[in-house]
Write a protein that binds this ligand. Structure first.
Ligand code: FES
Length: 592
């Protein structure tokens, strides 16, 4: 590694050659404000001009996020010219910004307000015409409001880089520029998979999840039996909303908060995850033993299902017919649970707390609604749950640790817990498939070959009692596309594939807390590199703490089959727990 000598604010430093001024300054302990530069150059347009500094050898001020350091360079961050220029850049952005901050769900987590504060841009220095506003509220998952957009381009970069999809782009030119799906279509009227990765990187409230908090409030008010179920990835991240270190498991406090919010029953989606494994594992075995369509591909991720229906309609027979865990559990709550409790399913309102934005779309699929009654009535993201907790005045960190409700669907295994991590569904299924093929439990329990947290492709070859099972895992559509094209070309060597819509799986879902180094002073500078691993570790350690770690050992799942479903993949199980898919061409019909 070659080094160069520089000075920042008159102090000498040696830094790595090739770094940008912004990176070098950070390494030396200086925080230069930035907006469009994000995550090691994932987005780096040099367009927002919030990071301007003085540097010798350069003409005038330079955008520190794109300008490299050089030998002997002297950098001035706090010169009057640099300070004023940065403030001016923010004031210009604010002059064309919807400043209705008290109504914005991003309030408190808005990076534009953050840089406004640190640059001192507090006045309405420029007043004039605002560019035209485009607001899209038609999609179940996402809302776009261009009056809050600062044209930083992060969403466009994430949509292309994470998925190779390129749904979002700049429309028009100059003052008329705005960010949108092609032709200013609604998300609902485009092949957007509604994963919400664009929301995760938006620095303002221009892209948000479509909130359903009002819907949940209305169900409480109407006196419904409001039952809540929370997905595994939520407990691994919700603590971040309340300033806990990234990766702090907060299961007990989350349960306590849900109870204080008034939910009649608080269940873990892990029960549904165990049920999914019973159905999906049996389906896989059936396909392996009876010459079914292989490779079989998991179907838990609604973003991935959207992608498959839009782009790989010919491969839909490869998808497992299993509903996703929260949909299975919702269906069980409105049938078996309702029957056991003597409650009319129409009086039950099921709320899912999810790390995912696409689940909001999923619950509205016509295949998941029976006689007008959906399996799941509302989906709240981890962030929305945190908003409800704050609104109710609940001091999250002071809550006691409480337990899930235990009746009917309170048991869960470690296999269910790891669903939240990329490779987790695969590993959970392998634990049960191994048992079914050999009659004994795997030793060790874990299949670590399928673990990892990056967005690439992982593969493993397993010999189970003489049966070779080749498996692959992909998260993010860019990686998935590689595996899908192999199947299409008849070159796939796999029997079982796990695909998750979001890079890193549900722990990095589009509904998870924002990871913003500028708001996380207690985390290391590398938090954008490490947060997925830390959240994943919270789930793996919960798996290790469980006495039961294979789905087929869940006593209440066994009871559910004995008393209600018969056996995995039975006729009744198919009616209640399985679904169908349909190819969609290009654009949806927009329901206004
Ligand atoms: Fe450097 Fe936007 S952060 S120009």
């Amino acid at each position: 590694m070659s080094l160069v000598n520089i000075k920042i604010e008159g102090q000498p430093y040696q830094v790595e050659a090739g770094l940008t001024i912004l990176e070098a300054a950070k390494a030396c302990g200086y925080e230069i404000p930035s907006l469009c530069a994000f995550n090691h150059g994932e987005c780096n347009q040099g367009s927002c001009r919030v990071c301007l500094v003085e540097a010798t050898g350069a003409r005038g001020l330079v955008a520190s996020c794109v300008y490299p350091v050089s030998e002997g360079m002297e950098i001035k961050i706090s010169s009057p010219a640099a300070v004023q220029a940065r403030r001016r850049s923010v004031e210009l952005m604010l002059s064309n910004h919807n400043k209705n901050c008290q109504q914005c769900d991003k309030n408190g987590q808005c990076e534009l307000l953050h840089v406004a504060q640190i640059t001192g841009a507090r006045e309405d220095a420029f007043q004039g015409v605002h560019s035209e506003t485009h607001i899209d509220t038609l999609a179940p998952g996402l809302i776009r409001d261009t009056s809050k957009c600062i044209l930083c381009g992060r969403c466009i970069a994430r949509c292309s880089n994470a998925h190779g999809m390129g749904i979002l782009g700049f429309e028009n030119r100059g003052f008329a520029t705005f960010v949108s799906p092609a032709e200013n279509r609604s998300f609902a009227d485009s092949p957007c998979i509604q994963c919400g990765q664009c929301v995760n990187v938006c620095p303002t409230g221009a892209l948000m999840e479509h909130s359903e908090i009002d819907k949940v409030d209305a169900a409480f008010k109407a006196g419904k039996h409001v039952i809540v179920q929370a997905a595994p990835a939520v407990r691994a991240a919700i603590g971040e909303e309340f300033d806990n270190p990234v990766g702090t498991p907060c299961t007990g406090k989350m349960i306590a908060a849900l109870r204080r919010l008034g939910f009649e029953r608080v269940y873990d989606v892990n029960f549904g995850a165990d049920l999914t494994i019973m159905e999906e594992g049996t389906e896989l075995l059936g396909r392996l033993q009876n010459g079914g369509v292989l490779p079989m591909i998991t179907s838990c991720s609604p973003g991935w299902i959207n992608y498959a229906e839009y782009n790989y309609g010919d491969l839909l027979p490869h998808l497992s017919s299993c509903k996703s865990p929260h949909e299975m559990q919702g269906a069980v709550i409105k049938s078996y649970w309702a029957q056991e409790k003597g409650i009319d399913p129409k009086d039950i309102f099921v709320v899912s707390i999810m790390p995912c934005v696409a689940k909001k779309f999923e619950k509205e699929r016509e295949q998941l609604i029976t006689n007008g009654n959906p399996d799941v009535d509302a989906v709240l993201t981890t962030r929305e749950l945190a908003r409800m907790i704050r609104r109710a005045g609940i001091m999250f960190n002071r809550l006691p640790d409480e337990e899930w409700d235990q009746d009917i669907m309170g048991d869960y295994t470690g296999a269910g817990v790891i669903f939240g991590v990329t490779g987790g569904v695969m590993e959970a299924a392998l634990r049960t498939v191994y048992f079914k093929l050999t009659g004994k439990e795997s030793e060790p329990v874990e299949f670590t070959a399928v673990r990892g947290h990056d967005a690439g492709i992982r593969e493993a070859s397993l010999d189970i009692n003489g049966t070779t099972v080749n498996v692959a895992i992909a998260s993010g559509m860019k990686s998935a596309k590689v595996l899908l094209d192999e199947i299409r070309e008849g070159k796939s060597k796999y029997q079982f594939i796990e695909i998750m819509g979001c890079p890193g799986g549900c722990i990095n879902g589009g509904g998870q807390p924002y990871v913003r180094p500028c708001f996380m002073p207690n985390e290391g500078d590398d938090i954008l590199d490490t947060y997925k691993e830390k959240r994943a570790q919270a789930l793996y350690s919960e798996d290790e703490r469980q006495t039961l770690r294979q789905s087929h050992k869940n006593p209440q799942i066994i009871e559910l089959y004995e008393k209600f479903l018969g056996e995995p993949n039975s006729h009744k199980a198919h009616e209640l727990l399985h679904t169908t898919y349909a190819a969609r061409e290009g654009f949806n019909e927009v329901k206004k």
